[in-house]
Design a protein around this ligand. Structure first.
Ligand SMILES: Nc1nc2c(ncn2[C@@H]2O[C@H](COP(=O)(O)OP(=O)(O)OP(=O)(O)O)[C@@H](O)[C@H]2O)c(=O)[nH]1
Ligand SMILES: [Mg+2]
Length: 136
């Protein structure tokens, strides 16, 4: 809930990474505090919102959770365009997903003009249940 009189920041956040690395699980944990062992793969992309009330400001997150399957790769620019931050996710037990994460970082750096700020916050998230708050 927004605090009365508090500054409101609207921020688009995009989750990127290989299939099965836990993007949707992270989003669901952040937004609903839930976890599903049999989480279905995302088709295309999923959208979530979450409001974070801080002392200085209230942050309204628009979260785009992209699908990691290769066939959806070409859709990605639609979701990272105008994003304030990108969270790149990989599975610590799967080396290939780390290589894929590095490719995402390179793509974001190449496509810098798509992003809202030149200085994009890039985070590598390990395969854990940690709750991630990205503030910028
Ligand atoms: N053990 C364990 N399993 C997890 C964790 N995070 C996610 N999973 C499981 O891993 C599987 C894939 O998780 P998803 O959140 O669907 O992964 P995703 O990155 O959204 O996958 P795509 O939508 O296909 O790109 C699901 O069965 C989850 O339950 C974790 O931290 N630990
Ligand atoms: Mg997913």
């Amino acid at each position: 809930m927004a605090r009365p009189g508090n500054k409101i920041i609207q921020a688009k956040l995009v989750l990127l990474g290989d299939m099965g690395t836990g993007k949707t699980s992270l989003a669901l944990r952040f937004v609903k505090g839930q976890f599903y062992e049999n989480q279905e793969p995302t088709i295309g992309a999923a959208f979530f919102t979450q409001v974070l009330s801080l002392t200085e400001a209230t942050v309204k997150f628009d979260i785009w959770d992209t699908a990691g399957q290769e066939r959806y790769h070409s859709l990605a620019p639609m979701y990272y365009r105008g994003a304030a931050a990108a969270v790149v996710v990989y599975d610590i037990s799967n080396k290939d997903t780390f290589a894929r994460a590095k490719k995402w970082v390179q793509e974001l750096q190449r496509q810098g003009e798509y992003l809202q700020y030149k200085k994009t916050v890039l985070l590598f998230i390990l395969f854990t249940f940690s709750l991630v708050y990205v503030i910028f």
